[in-house]
Design a protein around this ligand. Structure first.
Ligand code: G3P
Ligand code: CA
Length: 374
């Protein structure tokens, strides 16, 4: 199998410049790709995180449809497999938190305890359901305490297939940003995600580095495998805690922090086109949630020729840094109240991100319009 090199021009240039000690120019090619034809900076992408999950139960067609209506450039399905090998949109394979499966007596005997990525979980798992069985369930709001308004939609929507998400995105002309969830685990049970993912994308006409798709993963091994099989854009997800599970399983001591150093980013650039870091890796917070000085991650990634798409932007005080929370902390509604989310978007736009994952695409799009005046 041919090994596909990511952004060959940028990487060859980076290698040559590194040899000459001229690292500050190494990201020039990526820089050019972030400039649009009009000569201005290309607007950061707004990625509808699990759709518009601030307003609808996540990973439902209603949530994706709303994200599109709010102006998202991409919609994000997390992908897991059914028993019969169909890719469906769920954040994890254990579905008791986002569906009404526990209320279905016919599936009571499917309740199981499994170890997923080293964590013991008890519940119901997509790989134990055929697609037809899964379709009898209905989605529900994951965090009803923080998003009580969304519970009015509980029980209305099915778990969508990846194909249905693609159909919706193609009709609307927006991109898709699929994430492989627990790829090592799904490999281990004979339901590998990568083959149906690539086959589905191919069948739907997604091909080449300019396709309106980014494939993302928190693991490294499956992205490297995908890099050998496709030229579609790939994104390495990172975190402010922990390590990729495939590295843990292999006894490799490297953590996400190691991958986020200039050396780690240079290696990521050999198989991926961008990184998806946690917001905290770009602007850390102290123990009280106050913002600290930004790190060099955005610049370091750009130097390596990588795009930067941080996650996850949400309107509620609960998720915002202390600096941007609004209202009375003594109020029982304080955590679910809307804070100054536009201030957080402005901060990250100023730091030069190339896109961001948002539960509230309307706020993201509006903040972008205000910040860039276009
Ligand atoms: O994929 C970007 C972001 O969604 C990663 O976090 O846990 O929401 O999938 P998660
Ligand atoms: Ca995701």
């Amino acid at each position: 199998m041919r090994t596909i090199t990511r952004r060959p021009t940028a990487l060859l240039m980076a290698a040559a410049l590194l040899a000459l000690g001229l690292t500050q120019v190494a990201g020039a090619s990526a820089q050019q790709e972030r400039v649009d034809k009009g000569g201005g900076r290309r607007l950061p992408l707004v990625i509808g995180h699990r759709g518009a999950s601030g307003y609808r139960p996540e990973h439902t067609l209603a949530s994706y449809r709303l994200a599109i209506g709010m102006g998202a450039d991409f919609i994000e399905p997390d992908l897991v497999s059914t028993k019969d090998g169909v890719l469906v949109a769920r954040h994890e394979n254990e579905i008791s938190g986002t569906t009404d499966v526990a209320a279905h007596p016919e599936f009571a005997d499917r309740r199981a305890t499994k170890t997923i990525d080293g964590v013991s979980l008890t519940g119901w798992f997509t790989e134990d359901f055929t697609l037809a069985e899964l379709r009898t369930l209905r989605a529900k709001e994951r965090i009803p305490d923080l998003r009580p308004d969304n519970t009015v939609f509980d029980g209305l929507y099915q778990v969508p297939t990846f194909q249905e998400v693609i159909d919706l995105a193609k009709r609307a002309g927006v991109g898709i940003y699929p994430e492989t969830k627990h790829p090592t685990y799904f490999d281990s049970i004979g339901l590998s995600l990568e083959e149906p993912l690539l086959a589905t994308l191919r069948a739907n006409g997604y091909q080449g580095p300019k396709a309106k798709v980014f494939i993302q993963s928190f693991e490294t091994g499956n992205l490297k495998e995908l890099n050998r099989r496709t030229r579609l854009p790939l994104v390495q997800l990172l975190s402010d805690v922990g390590a990729p599970y495939d590295l843990v399983a292999a006894g490799d001591p490297r953590t996400y922090a190691d991958l986020s150093t200039p050396e780690g980013l240079a290696e990521i650039a050999t198989y991926a086109d961008g990184i998806g870091p946690s917001k905290n890796q770009i602007v850390p917070r102290d123990a009280d949630g106050n913002l600290l000085e930004p790190t060099s991650l955005v610049d370091d990634a750009h130097q390596a020729g990588l795009l930067v798409h941080p996650y996850t932007f949400r309107n509620e005080n609960n998720f915002l840094p202390a600096d941007f929370r609004q209202g009375n902390p003594a109020s029982p509604a304080y955590l679910r109240a809307t804070g100054d989310a536009p201030a957080e978007y402005r901060l990250f736009f100023r730091l030069g991100v190339d896109g961001l994952f948002s539960d509230n695409p309307d706020t993201a799009v509006g903040s972008r319009h205000r910040y860039f005046n276009r």
